[in-house]
Design a protein around this ligand. Structure first.
Ligand SMILES: Nc1ncnc2c1ncn2[C@@H]1O[C@H](COP(=O)(O)OP(=O)(O)OP(=O)(O)O)[C@@H](O)[C@H]1O
Ligand SMILES: [Mg+2]
Length: 602
């Protein structure tokens, strides 16, 4: 993967219909997360409507106070109206504040519920997706989905969105109040909306482009960082620090530059907003003042009008500020919805067939397979492996051995033809039965954090410690495990618990032994073992392979000796097939390999 080839969702040159589909996809996702929260959302919406309505009443009450209640007090010594106005003002203020507080709590709860839902969905879905997805979707991108993308959605939901809704409502209510109070001032405000509209539009268009640039820049930064760190061994081995330093510095600078542009944008937008607000306020004050002088307008009304006009522009700035978080959150949602709508390349069967105890008869029936449409790796492949047979699969690098193993484990489905276990197409087999029946042990032998015993028990979660130890003994791992600081309880990720590559392989053998599958595939699984360990494992292997179908992929020919049958594969085709003795005595590819290998031993 190239760092600069920002691909997939990170590209920004979508066609119109693609963009529309992406937006539709995000909306679908958003609606589906909101669905279970429907009633909460409705209550929250009503709360904020009432709260905003209350907060807009303030200036009107002040106007009534000055226009009617004060004269009543001064001219008729009547306290009643003023008392009523002050009382209502206080009540409205208190109720408004309480409702706003309530709104904030409720919207935060909704935000948290949506986040937890998305977080779980992203994890479960990416875990469910097939290997083809994970082999093409880089880990940096997957990490961004679960971290920075969800973070930007959290930012929007927990702050921005509530404020945005509040702000927009507040502006709307204020405008309505102003209009119903005094339509002349309302008209002035309406005129101000024209430049405000243009300014906002200008800001929206430019900031959208720039925010996208900053996001792409930051995504590149993360990808570069993750790649350098996950590949740190290669970086150090090949002294790539200098080159990475340069790459990273360029990306950081890029990121700074795009951010600087965004700041420049705000530098124009904010003052313009203030300017429009002040000019409008001046106009309202001027026109209103003239009318007060003419006796057309009461002074209290003018005060209310001025307060409304000022209020109106208050949230505009905030809304613009939150445009950023809105933008990145919606982009994040777009990417997350993209991942969530990925279909697993190997879908679970709709009507699965149960296979309680598989015998282990494997049949490749005219299988054709290609990772990419135009490069066939396996052309018309037919192979029958009777139950219980031990196969050694050899062949040069890139011949398609691992591919064969992946097809048999159903990490991929064949492009044509079918792979059958005991006569059942793998595509129709219940996933649980498939995993129980076929186990593949690879070279990487991944260990999860936890104890050695836990790691072995992955093969059979309900295994007792005795069973675990038996399994370890069977593959010759018992000795070294006992030598670890805490024996079977040693944490493999803690200092001191670190195991070597060969020891990791032994653990993964024990894991497979415990799982007791009817078909076992070992892909280069003994490659990290030293000769004595390999001998030891080979003794274990004899018992491990005794009553099951086994496919051993190995470059080391010593492993081949225990096989019943050897298959030599070249460019996706089996070129030799026979017993080890038969092939060795012949003149074919395997005989040559074997002769070369024997010579290398002496
Ligand atoms: N995920 C993938 N996407 C695309 N092509 C792939 C993928 N994995 C393998 N290939 C291609 O398929 C061919 C067979 O690869 P495979 O891994 O099966 O070889 P192999 O026989 O296991 O080799 P080795 O002995 O080196 O492990 C190779 O040409 C390889 O480039
Ligand atoms: Mg391989």
């Amino acid at each position: 993967m190239s760092v600069h080839g920002v691909s997939g969702e990170e590209r920004d040159d979508f066609t119109k219909s693609e963009s529309r589909e992406i937006r539709r996809r995000s909306t679908r996702l958003l609606l589906s997360t909101l669905q279970p929260l429907r009633s909460k959302v409705i209550v929250t919406a009503i709360t904020i409507l009432v709260a905003t309505g209350a907060s807009v009443l303030g200036p009107a009450l002040i106007a009534i106070g000055i226009n009617q209640a004060l004269p009543a007090l001064v001219e008729q010594q009547n306290w009643m109206p003023l008392g009523l106005v002050i009382g209502s003002y206080l009540i409205v203020a208190v109720v408004g504040a309480l409702l706003v507080a309530q709104f904030q709590i409720m919207s935060a709860r909704i935000a948290q519920a949506i986040l937890i839902d998305l977080r779980k969905r992203v994890f479960l879905h990416t875990q469910r997706l097939s290997l083809d997805f994970h082999e093409s979707y880089t880990s940096g991108r997957i990490i961004s989905r679960q971290t920075s993308d969800l973070d930007s959605i959290r930012e929007l939901l927990s702050g921005g969105l509530a404020q945005l809704v509040q702000g927009v409502l507040f502006m709307g209510f204020t405008a309505i109040a102003l209009f119903s109070f005094d339509w002349v001032s309302g008209l002035i405000l309406l005129c101000a909306l024209v430049p405000l509209g243009f300014l906002t539009r200008w800001f929206a268009v430019n900031s959208q482009r720039m925010f996208r640039q900053t996001r792409v820049a930051s995504a590149r930064l993360i990808v570069q960082f993750v790649e350098s760190m996950t590949g740190i061994r290669a970086v150090k081995a090949f002294r790539k620090e200098k080159r990475n330093e340069k790459l990273f510095a360029d990306l950081v600078e890029d990121y700074r530059d795009t951010n600087a542009k965004v700041i420049g944008l705000f530098g124009t937008f904010d003052p313009s907003l203030v300017f429009i607000g002040n000019v409008t306020l001046g106009m309202v004050l001027l026109v209103g003042g003239l009318r007060v002088a003419d006796g057309e307008l009461l002074i209290g009304s003018l005060l209310a009008i001025v307060l409304y006009t000022r209020q109106f522009f208050g949230p505009a700035q905030e809304i613009a500020m939150f445009y950023n978080s809105y933008q990145s959150a919606s982009a994040a949602l777009e990417k997350i919805s993209g991942v969530l709508e990925e279909k697993p390349g190997v879908p679970d069967p709709t009507a699965p067939i149960d296979l309680w105890s598989a015998k282990g008869h494997v049949h490749f029936d005219r299988v054709e397979f290609a990772y990419k449409a135009d490069r066939v790796v396996l052309p018309e492949f037919t192979l029958d492996i009777p139950a219980g047979q031990t196969i050694a699969l050899v062949g040069s690098t890139g011949a398609g051995k691992t591919t064969l193993a992946k097809l048999l484990s159903r990490f991929y489905d064949p492009t044509a033809g079918s792979v059958l276990l005991d006569g059942v197409d793998l595509r129709r087999l219940h996933p649980k039965d498939l995993r129980r029946a076929i186990v593949m042990v690879t070279q990487e032998a991944y260990l999860f954090s936890g104890s050695v015993a836990d790691n072995i028990a992955i093969g059979k979660p309900d295994a007792s410690l005795d069973e675990i130890m038996d399994a370890a003994r069977a593959v010759g791992a018992d000795d070294f495990i006992r030598g670890l600081p805490n024996g079977y309880d040693t944490d493999v990720n803690k200092r001191g618990g670190r195991v070597s590559a060969g020891q990791r392989q032994l653990i993964s053998f024990a894991r497979a032994f415990l799982a007791n599958p009817s078909v076992l595939i070992l892909d280069e699984a003994t490659s990290s073992l030293d000769i004595p360990s390999e001998r030891l494992v080979q003794e274990g292997l004899q018992t491990l392979l005794a009553d099951r179908t086994a496919i051993i992929i190995a470059h080391r020919l010593s492993t081949v000796a225990i096989a019943d049958r050897v298959l030599v594969m070249e460019r996706g085709v089996i070129v030799e097939d026979g017993t080890p003795e038969h092939l060795i005595s012949g003149t074919g590819r395997f005989a040559q390999l074997h002769a070369a290998w024997r010579d290398s031993l002496v």
